[in-house]
Write a protein that binds this ligand. Structure first.
Ligand SMILES: [Zn+2]
Length: 367
Protein backbone atom coordinates (compact mmCIF):
# COMPACT_ATOMS: atom_id res chain seq x y z
CA UNK A 1 0.00 0.00 0.00
CA UNK A 2 1.23 3.47 -0.85
CA UNK A 3 0.08 6.73 0.57
CA UNK A 4 0.63 10.37 -0.03
CA UNK A 5 -0.71 13.69 1.13
CA UNK A 6 -2.41 15.64 -1.60
CA UNK A 7 -5.34 17.81 -2.47
CA UNK A 8 -8.73 16.36 -3.33
CA UNK A 9 -10.94 17.86 -6.02
CA UNK A 10 -12.40 20.25 -3.47
CA UNK A 11 -8.97 21.55 -2.55
CA UNK A 12 -8.87 19.86 0.86
CA UNK A 13 -5.70 18.36 2.27
CA UNK A 14 -6.12 14.59 2.36
CA UNK A 15 -4.12 11.41 2.87
CA UNK A 16 -4.53 9.12 -0.12
CA UNK A 17 -3.86 5.41 0.20
CA UNK A 18 -3.85 3.08 -2.78
CA UNK A 19 -2.86 -0.36 -3.91
CA UNK A 20 -1.88 -0.71 -7.56
CA UNK A 21 -4.43 1.42 -9.39
CA UNK A 22 -7.03 0.98 -6.65
CA UNK A 23 -7.70 3.85 -4.31
CA UNK A 24 -8.21 2.44 -0.81
CA UNK A 25 -8.79 5.47 1.37
CA UNK A 26 -9.08 9.24 1.28
CA UNK A 27 -8.83 10.66 4.79
CA UNK A 28 -8.79 14.33 5.77
CA UNK A 29 -5.60 15.47 7.49
CA UNK A 30 -4.55 18.69 9.14
CA UNK A 31 -1.02 18.61 7.77
CA UNK A 32 1.94 16.49 8.79
CA UNK A 33 5.35 17.91 9.67
CA UNK A 34 7.76 17.29 6.83
CA UNK A 35 5.19 15.38 4.82
CA UNK A 36 2.98 18.02 3.32
CA UNK A 37 2.75 17.34 -0.38
CA UNK A 38 1.65 20.21 -2.52
CA UNK A 39 0.71 20.31 -6.16
CA UNK A 40 1.52 22.94 -8.72
CA UNK A 41 -1.33 25.38 -9.20
CA UNK A 42 -3.09 25.45 -12.53
CA UNK A 43 -2.25 28.05 -15.12
CA UNK A 44 -5.15 29.21 -17.31
CA UNK A 45 -4.19 31.56 -20.13
CA UNK A 46 -7.77 32.25 -21.27
CA UNK A 47 -10.37 33.38 -18.74
CA UNK A 48 -13.12 35.74 -19.90
CA UNK A 49 -14.83 35.80 -16.54
CA UNK A 50 -15.80 33.59 -13.66
CA UNK A 51 -18.48 33.17 -11.02
CA UNK A 52 -20.61 36.07 -12.20
CA UNK A 53 -17.68 38.39 -12.92
CA UNK A 54 -16.90 39.39 -16.51
CA UNK A 55 -13.78 41.20 -17.71
CA UNK A 56 -15.71 42.28 -20.80
CA UNK A 57 -18.72 43.76 -19.05
CA UNK A 58 -19.04 47.44 -19.96
CA UNK A 59 -19.07 48.37 -16.26
CA UNK A 60 -16.32 45.99 -15.00
CA UNK A 61 -14.50 47.35 -11.93
CA UNK A 62 -11.13 46.51 -10.33
CA UNK A 63 -12.88 44.91 -7.33
CA UNK A 64 -14.50 42.44 -9.72
CA UNK A 65 -11.07 41.47 -11.08
CA UNK A 66 -9.95 40.77 -7.52
CA UNK A 67 -13.09 38.74 -6.78
CA UNK A 68 -12.58 36.61 -9.91
CA UNK A 69 -8.94 36.05 -8.94
CA UNK A 70 -9.88 34.81 -5.48
CA UNK A 71 -12.62 32.54 -6.83
CA UNK A 72 -10.16 31.02 -9.32
CA UNK A 73 -7.82 30.16 -6.42
CA UNK A 74 -10.57 27.96 -5.04
CA UNK A 75 -10.50 25.97 -8.29
CA UNK A 76 -6.76 25.49 -8.05
CA UNK A 77 -6.00 28.17 -10.66
CA UNK A 78 -3.14 30.19 -9.24
CA UNK A 79 -2.08 32.06 -12.36
CA UNK A 80 -4.12 33.22 -15.29
CA UNK A 81 -4.59 35.66 -18.16
CA UNK A 82 -7.76 37.73 -18.02
CA UNK A 83 -9.03 37.73 -21.58
CA UNK A 84 -10.45 40.77 -23.30
CA UNK A 85 -12.55 39.91 -26.35
CA UNK A 86 -13.88 41.68 -29.44
CA UNK A 87 -15.83 44.84 -28.80
CA UNK A 88 -15.70 48.54 -29.57
CA UNK A 89 -12.33 50.26 -29.13
CA UNK A 90 -13.60 52.04 -26.05
CA UNK A 91 -15.04 48.96 -24.37
CA UNK A 92 -11.89 46.92 -24.95
CA UNK A 93 -9.70 49.74 -23.65
CA UNK A 94 -11.88 50.06 -20.57
CA UNK A 95 -11.52 46.34 -19.84
CA UNK A 96 -7.75 46.46 -20.25
CA UNK A 97 -7.49 49.60 -18.12
CA UNK A 98 -9.58 48.06 -15.35
CA UNK A 99 -7.40 44.96 -15.21
CA UNK A 100 -4.29 47.15 -14.98
CA UNK A 101 -5.88 49.19 -12.19
CA UNK A 102 -6.70 46.00 -10.26
CA UNK A 103 -3.08 44.89 -10.76
CA UNK A 104 -1.83 48.12 -9.20
CA UNK A 105 -4.35 48.14 -6.37
CA UNK A 106 -4.55 44.52 -5.23
CA UNK A 107 -1.45 42.41 -4.47
CA UNK A 108 -3.34 39.16 -5.07
CA UNK A 109 -4.16 40.30 -8.62
CA UNK A 110 -0.55 41.35 -9.20
CA UNK A 111 0.60 37.93 -8.06
CA UNK A 112 -1.90 35.86 -10.05
CA UNK A 113 -2.37 37.70 -13.33
CA UNK A 114 0.39 36.71 -15.73
CA UNK A 115 -0.69 39.24 -18.34
CA UNK A 116 -3.66 40.30 -20.39
CA UNK A 117 -4.79 38.14 -23.31
CA UNK A 118 -6.52 40.16 -26.03
CA UNK A 119 -8.58 37.85 -28.26
CA UNK A 120 -9.88 39.77 -31.25
CA UNK A 121 -10.99 42.08 -32.71
CA UNK A 122 -8.54 41.26 -35.56
CA UNK A 123 -10.18 37.93 -36.30
CA UNK A 124 -12.13 36.41 -39.17
CA UNK A 125 -15.44 38.13 -39.93
CA UNK A 126 -16.87 34.85 -41.28
CA UNK A 127 -19.62 32.99 -39.47
CA UNK A 128 -18.09 29.91 -37.90
CA UNK A 129 -14.49 31.01 -37.39
CA UNK A 130 -15.72 34.20 -35.76
CA UNK A 131 -17.45 32.20 -33.04
CA UNK A 132 -19.37 34.30 -30.55
CA UNK A 133 -17.44 37.50 -31.28
CA UNK A 134 -19.77 40.26 -32.55
CA UNK A 135 -19.42 40.81 -36.30
CA UNK A 136 -19.85 44.57 -36.13
CA UNK A 137 -16.72 44.97 -34.01
CA UNK A 138 -14.41 42.72 -36.05
CA UNK A 139 -11.76 44.83 -37.80
CA UNK A 140 -8.38 44.55 -39.54
CA UNK A 141 -5.19 44.55 -37.44
CA UNK A 142 -4.07 47.99 -36.31
CA UNK A 143 -0.70 48.44 -34.65
CA UNK A 144 -1.87 51.77 -33.27
CA UNK A 145 -4.80 50.10 -31.52
CA UNK A 146 -2.39 47.50 -30.07
CA UNK A 147 -0.21 50.36 -28.77
CA UNK A 148 -3.32 51.88 -27.15
CA UNK A 149 -4.01 48.56 -25.39
CA UNK A 150 -0.46 48.39 -24.13
CA UNK A 151 -0.67 51.93 -22.84
CA UNK A 152 -3.97 51.19 -21.06
CA UNK A 153 -2.54 47.92 -19.72
CA UNK A 154 0.68 49.64 -18.62
CA UNK A 155 2.58 47.21 -20.85
CA UNK A 156 0.91 44.06 -19.59
CA UNK A 157 -0.69 42.70 -22.77
CA UNK A 158 1.11 39.36 -23.12
CA UNK A 159 -0.99 37.41 -25.67
CA UNK A 160 -2.81 38.64 -28.77
CA UNK A 161 -5.06 36.24 -30.69
CA UNK A 162 -5.81 37.17 -34.28
CA UNK A 163 -6.44 35.72 -37.71
CA UNK A 164 -3.62 36.00 -40.25
CA UNK A 165 -6.15 36.20 -43.10
CA UNK A 166 -6.09 40.02 -43.06
CA UNK A 167 -3.60 41.63 -45.49
CA UNK A 168 -2.26 43.73 -42.58
CA UNK A 169 -1.74 40.69 -40.36
CA UNK A 170 1.72 39.48 -41.27
CA UNK A 171 3.53 42.77 -40.65
CA UNK A 172 1.45 43.25 -37.48
CA UNK A 173 2.54 39.82 -36.22
CA UNK A 174 6.18 40.62 -36.92
CA UNK A 175 6.10 43.86 -34.95
CA UNK A 176 4.12 42.56 -31.99
CA UNK A 177 6.03 39.28 -31.71
CA UNK A 178 9.24 41.30 -31.93
CA UNK A 179 8.24 43.00 -28.68
CA UNK A 180 8.08 39.64 -26.90
CA UNK A 181 4.28 39.36 -26.93
CA UNK A 182 2.88 35.92 -27.78
CA UNK A 183 0.93 36.13 -31.02
CA UNK A 184 -1.70 33.42 -31.29
CA UNK A 185 -3.65 32.25 -34.32
CA UNK A 186 -7.33 31.85 -33.61
CA UNK A 187 -10.83 32.43 -34.97
CA UNK A 188 -9.29 32.12 -38.42
CA UNK A 189 -10.37 31.24 -41.93
CA UNK A 190 -6.84 31.65 -43.27
CA UNK A 191 -5.44 29.56 -46.10
CA UNK A 192 -2.68 27.15 -45.04
CA UNK A 193 -0.11 29.34 -46.80
CA UNK A 194 -1.16 32.27 -44.64
CA UNK A 195 -0.74 30.14 -41.52
CA UNK A 196 2.82 29.37 -42.61
CA UNK A 197 3.54 33.05 -43.22
CA UNK A 198 2.15 33.93 -39.78
CA UNK A 199 4.49 31.43 -38.15
CA UNK A 200 7.43 32.76 -40.14
CA UNK A 201 6.51 36.23 -38.90
CA UNK A 202 6.55 35.04 -35.28
CA UNK A 203 3.16 33.51 -34.32
CA UNK A 204 3.76 30.85 -31.65
CA UNK A 205 0.38 29.64 -30.39
CA UNK A 206 -2.93 28.35 -31.72
CA UNK A 207 -5.85 29.52 -29.60
CA UNK A 208 -8.41 26.81 -28.72
CA UNK A 209 -7.42 24.78 -31.75
CA UNK A 210 -10.39 22.94 -33.26
CA UNK A 211 -12.90 25.51 -32.04
CA UNK A 212 -13.73 28.86 -33.59
CA UNK A 213 -13.70 27.08 -36.96
CA UNK A 214 -16.03 26.27 -39.87
CA UNK A 215 -18.45 23.40 -39.34
CA UNK A 216 -17.39 22.05 -42.74
CA UNK A 217 -13.86 22.22 -44.14
CA UNK A 218 -11.98 20.74 -47.11
CA UNK A 219 -10.64 17.46 -45.69
CA UNK A 220 -7.12 18.59 -46.60
CA UNK A 221 -5.39 20.86 -46.73
CA UNK A 222 -7.00 23.19 -44.22
CA UNK A 223 -6.00 25.56 -41.42
CA UNK A 224 -6.43 22.94 -38.69
CA UNK A 225 -3.99 20.40 -40.19
CA UNK A 226 -1.55 23.19 -40.98
CA UNK A 227 -1.48 24.37 -37.34
CA UNK A 228 -1.39 20.83 -35.98
CA UNK A 229 1.65 19.96 -38.05
CA UNK A 230 3.58 23.16 -37.30
CA UNK A 231 5.97 22.36 -34.46
CA UNK A 232 6.70 26.01 -33.78
CA UNK A 233 3.09 26.50 -32.70
CA UNK A 234 1.93 25.57 -29.23
CA UNK A 235 -1.81 24.96 -29.01
CA UNK A 236 -4.42 25.63 -26.39
CA UNK A 237 -7.39 23.28 -26.05
CA UNK A 238 -10.77 23.53 -24.35
CA UNK A 239 -10.70 20.05 -22.85
CA UNK A 240 -14.15 20.07 -21.25
CA UNK A 241 -15.40 16.94 -23.01
CA UNK A 242 -17.79 19.01 -25.12
CA UNK A 243 -15.89 21.54 -27.19
CA UNK A 244 -13.71 18.78 -28.65
CA UNK A 245 -14.81 15.14 -28.97
CA UNK A 246 -12.49 12.82 -27.10
CA UNK A 247 -10.92 11.29 -30.24
CA UNK A 248 -10.22 14.76 -31.63
CA UNK A 249 -8.62 15.92 -28.40
CA UNK A 250 -6.56 12.76 -28.13
CA UNK A 251 -5.27 13.06 -31.69
CA UNK A 252 -4.53 16.76 -31.27
CA UNK A 253 -2.70 16.28 -27.96
CA UNK A 254 -0.60 13.57 -29.59
CA UNK A 255 0.17 15.77 -32.58
CA UNK A 256 1.35 18.61 -30.32
CA UNK A 257 2.73 16.54 -27.47
CA UNK A 258 2.23 17.53 -23.85
CA UNK A 259 5.16 19.95 -24.06
CA UNK A 260 3.33 22.12 -26.59
CA UNK A 261 -0.23 21.66 -25.29
CA UNK A 262 -1.99 24.06 -22.95
CA UNK A 263 -5.38 23.34 -21.43
CA UNK A 264 -7.58 26.37 -21.05
CA UNK A 265 -11.05 26.88 -19.64
CA UNK A 266 -12.06 29.83 -21.89
CA UNK A 267 -14.46 30.32 -18.98
CA UNK A 268 -17.20 32.92 -19.13
CA UNK A 269 -19.03 34.49 -16.19
CA UNK A 270 -21.44 31.53 -15.92
CA UNK A 271 -18.59 29.21 -14.94
CA UNK A 272 -18.53 28.41 -11.26
CA UNK A 273 -22.17 29.37 -10.76
CA UNK A 274 -24.92 27.04 -9.58
CA UNK A 275 -27.18 25.57 -12.27
CA UNK A 276 -30.03 27.95 -12.90
CA UNK A 277 -31.33 30.66 -15.19
CA UNK A 278 -29.23 33.79 -15.54
CA UNK A 279 -29.61 36.79 -17.78
CA UNK A 280 -27.24 36.58 -20.72
CA UNK A 281 -24.91 39.52 -20.89
CA UNK A 282 -25.65 41.53 -24.01
CA UNK A 283 -22.54 43.28 -25.20
CA UNK A 284 -23.97 44.41 -28.49
CA UNK A 285 -27.41 45.71 -27.57
CA UNK A 286 -30.74 43.94 -27.36
CA UNK A 287 -32.61 42.65 -24.34
CA UNK A 288 -31.37 40.17 -21.79
CA UNK A 289 -32.31 36.60 -22.60
CA UNK A 290 -32.30 33.95 -19.89
CA UNK A 291 -29.72 31.23 -20.28
CA UNK A 292 -29.29 28.11 -18.22
CA UNK A 293 -25.76 27.52 -17.07
CA UNK A 294 -26.36 23.81 -17.42
CA UNK A 295 -26.98 24.27 -21.11
CA UNK A 296 -23.86 26.29 -21.63
CA UNK A 297 -21.49 23.37 -21.98
CA UNK A 298 -23.58 20.80 -23.83
CA UNK A 299 -22.66 19.59 -27.29
CA UNK A 300 -23.63 21.90 -30.09
CA UNK A 301 -26.30 20.66 -32.48
CA UNK A 302 -24.99 18.78 -35.54
CA UNK A 303 -24.00 21.26 -38.20
CA UNK A 304 -23.58 24.08 -35.74
CA UNK A 305 -20.38 25.87 -36.46
CA UNK A 306 -19.31 26.45 -32.91
CA UNK A 307 -19.58 25.20 -29.41
CA UNK A 308 -21.29 27.43 -26.87
CA UNK A 309 -19.24 29.42 -24.38
CA UNK A 310 -17.57 27.55 -21.57
CA UNK A 311 -19.10 27.32 -18.16
CA UNK A 312 -16.79 24.58 -16.90
CA UNK A 313 -13.93 24.79 -14.47
CA UNK A 314 -10.36 24.44 -15.62
CA UNK A 315 -9.70 21.90 -12.89
CA UNK A 316 -12.00 19.41 -14.59
CA UNK A 317 -10.19 19.65 -17.88
CA UNK A 318 -7.18 17.83 -16.58
CA UNK A 319 -9.28 14.73 -16.04
CA UNK A 320 -10.68 14.93 -19.59
CA UNK A 321 -7.40 15.74 -21.21
CA UNK A 322 -4.69 14.06 -19.29
CA UNK A 323 -5.79 11.77 -16.55
CA UNK A 324 -8.08 9.13 -17.99
CA UNK A 325 -7.70 6.77 -15.02
CA UNK A 326 -10.38 8.48 -13.03
CA UNK A 327 -10.83 5.59 -10.63
CA UNK A 328 -7.16 5.38 -9.80
CA UNK A 329 -5.20 7.48 -7.40
CA UNK A 330 -3.82 9.57 -10.24
CA UNK A 331 -7.33 10.66 -11.05
CA UNK A 332 -7.40 12.71 -7.91
CA UNK A 333 -4.33 14.70 -8.75
CA UNK A 334 -6.29 17.16 -10.80
CA UNK A 335 -4.12 20.15 -10.15
CA UNK A 336 -1.43 19.00 -12.54
CA UNK A 337 -1.28 21.18 -15.61
CA UNK A 338 -0.35 19.59 -18.91
CA UNK A 339 2.03 22.37 -19.74
CA UNK A 340 2.45 26.05 -19.34
CA UNK A 341 3.48 26.06 -15.70
CA UNK A 342 4.98 29.41 -14.94
CA UNK A 343 7.78 28.01 -12.83
CA UNK A 344 6.49 29.89 -9.84
CA UNK A 345 4.73 27.82 -7.22
CA UNK A 346 6.53 24.62 -8.12
CA UNK A 347 6.54 22.38 -5.07
CA UNK A 348 9.03 19.71 -4.19
CA UNK A 349 8.59 17.62 -1.03
CA UNK A 350 10.73 19.20 1.67
CA UNK A 351 12.37 21.38 -0.93
CA UNK A 352 12.34 25.14 -0.82
CA UNK A 353 9.11 26.62 -2.06
CA UNK A 354 7.31 29.87 -2.15
CA UNK A 355 3.71 29.35 -1.18
CA UNK A 356 1.08 31.02 -3.29
CA UNK A 357 -1.44 32.91 -1.14
CA UNK A 358 -4.24 30.92 -2.80
CA UNK A 359 -2.62 27.65 -1.80
CA UNK A 360 -2.03 28.83 1.76
CA UNK A 361 -5.63 29.89 2.09
CA UNK A 362 -6.95 26.62 0.74
CA UNK A 363 -5.03 23.77 2.15
CA UNK A 364 -1.35 24.24 2.55
CA UNK A 365 -1.07 25.55 6.07
CA UNK A 366 2.51 24.62 6.90
CA UNK A 367 2.71 22.79 10.25
ZN1 LIG B 1 -12.22 32.26 -28.76
Amino acid sequence: MEERIGLDAGGNLVRLSWEGSQLVEVAPVQGEPGRVFLLPLLVDIQVNGYAGGDFNAPDVRPEEVRAITRRLWREGVGYYCPTVTTGSRERMLRSVRTIAAAWREFPEVADSVLGVHVEGPFISPEDGPRGAHPREHVRPPSYQEYLDWQEAAEGRVRIVTLSPEWPEAISFIGRVAGEGVVVAIGHTAAEPERIREAVEAGARLSTHLGNGAHALLPRHPNYIWEQLAEDRLWASFIADGHHLPFATLKAMLRAKGPERSVLISDAVRLAGMKPGRYPRLQRTGGGAAPQRTGAACRNPLPGRSRAPPSSWRCQRGTSHGVLPRRGGADGLFQSRPVAGASGRGQMVPRGPCQLHPGAVGRAARPP
